[in-house]
Design a protein around this ligand. Structure first.
Ligand SMILES: *[C@@H]1O[C@H](CO)[C@@H](O)[C@H](O)[C@H]1NC(C)=O
Ligand SMILES: *[C@@H]1O[C@H](CO)[C@@H](O)[C@H](O)[C@H]1NC(C)=O
Ligand SMILES: *[C@@H]1O[C@H](CO)[C@@H](O)[C@H](O)[C@H]1NC(C)=O
Ligand SMILES: *[C@@H]1O[C@H](CO)[C@@H](O)[C@H](O)[C@H]1NC(C)=O
Ligand SMILES: *[C@@H]1O[C@H](CO)[C@@H](O)[C@H](O)[C@H]1NC(C)=O
Length: 345
């Protein structure tokens, strides 16, 4: 009798364990499921149009554009790109909606007409998410105030704010806190420069792990080059379609010993100036100068001669520069430059 009871108890315990395990295998954590449904509500306000099929089944780890860690079953990636219909108008985001996901690694909010955050509910709230490495905020309506809320997200490796409504100068104080940043993508805004509350020498980006910096389609002029001195790991610098003009001072970039690719297309650059006896640039293999001769200008021989000094330049993009109208034929270019250089016109 006693033995039977014991057996029964053991069997019940085993059942309970199997049930719990089974539930965890099949489902996500209840609190995360509820939090995702709250996000869905916030993103479909006011009339309930949400583009992702969330909430149809219990296991939120299998919902569209949600990823969980397979051992902890916690949500690690939430991709809300284009999840709001544009007809819903602008959204003021409540970043606290993402607090229930302690293992969140990647958050994509691309293309949702987000015009900023609710008061006291900005991205500063997410500084407790120590695994957050990827934050994609592109194609929204954020302005320059966004940067003051990002300074606490010290685990970030990738930050994108391209195609937003950022104007004027960006304060470096918040940005320079992001010491793990590998890639910063802020192309297609109306940014003019970087500033510091302290002014002067502090107006420099100090992101020693940054490898990719995408600044195309903004309003930077030649003075921007002095902001890059602290970017010792930078590999790709993209300044396509900005307001750079005339003499491009390569001396300002000498500290960037890892620089591999330099994109300057769509700027009105006439010549490059180097230090006497050229220092650095041993890794620079590609320079893009597509469409630098708008308004009837021409590519000058001195410009090409100065680039020929780069010790390891392999590819020079010179497309869309009215070559047929200039005196420089392709053969002459080859002669001016090194013979192992590929010229793409
Ligand atoms: C899942 O979580 C475990 C425990 O935190 C961690 O060791 C592992 O690296 C994670 N797996 C992935 C793919 O992130
Ligand atoms: C933001 O979301 C959090 C979590 O859902 C909630 O507690 C808070 O009240 C919301 N804040 C506002 C201003 O709606
Ligand atoms: C930078 O980080 C420190 C602590 O790590 C914090 O006290 C400070 O407020 C942050 N600055 C900005 C502008 O976010
Ligand atoms: C190229 O970059 C590497 C680091 O990636 C660095 O160690 C090396 O000195 C650089 N080469 C030259 C020639 O500058
Ligand atoms: C070349 O640049 C000019 C302005 O600098 C611009 O108007 C034009 O659209 C560009 N052309 C191409 C093909 O990008």
């Amino acid at each position: 009798m006693e033995l039977n009871r014991l057996c029964l108890a053991v069997i019940m315990i085993i059942n309970v364990v199997v049930l719990i395990q089974g539930w965890r295998c099949h489902g996500c954590l209840e609190e995360e499921r509820v939090a995702l449904l709250q996000i869905k509500d916030a993103f479909s306000y006011p009339n309930g149009r949400f583009q992702l099929s969330w909430g149809r089944d219990a296991n939120c780890c299998e919902w569209t554009q949600v990823h969980c860690n397979s051992s902890t079953l916690r949500v690690v990636k939430i991709d809300l790109s284009f999840s709001r219909g544009w007809e819903l108008g602008d959204l003021l985001l409540n970043a606290s909606l993402f607090l229930p996901f302690p293992e969140l690694n990647a958050l994509y909010l691309y293309g949702n007409r987000i015009a900023g955050c609710l008061e006291n509910e900005g991205f500063e709230r997410l500084s407790v998410l120590g695994n957050l490495e990827i934050l994609e905020l592109g194609q929204n309506k954020f302005n320059s105030n966004i940067f003051s809320s990002l300074g606490g997200l010290s685990s970030l490796k990738y930050l994108s704010l391209h195609n937003n409504e950022i104007e004027g100068t960006i304060s470096v104080e918040g940005l320079n806190n992001l010491t793990n940043l590998r890639k910063l993508h802020i192309a297609s805004n109306h940014i003019e420069g970087f500033k510091s509350l302290h002014g002067g020498e502090d107006e420099v980006l100090k992101l020693s792990n940054l490898e990719y910096l995408e600044l195309g389609g903004n309003r930077f002029d030649n003075s921007i080059l002095s902001s890059f001195k602290g970017l010792s790991s930078l590999k790709n610098l993209d300044l396509t379609k900005n307001h750079l003009k005339g003499t491009f001072n390569m001396k300002e970039l000498e500290a960037l010993s890892n620089l591999r690719k330099l994109y300057l297309s769509g700027n009105e650059i006439d010549e490059f100036v180097f230090s006497e006896g050229i220092r650095g640039f041993g890794n620079l293999s590609r320079v893009c100068l597509f469409n630098i001769t708008a308004n009837g200008r021409r590519i000058s021989l001195p410009l090409l001669q100065s680039l020929a000094k780069l010790p390891n330049l392999k590819t020079l993009d010179l497309g869309n520069n009215n070559f047929e109208e200039t005196i420089l034929a392709q053969g002459e270019l080859q002669y001016v430059l090194m013979s192992n250089l590929a010229i793409e016109t």
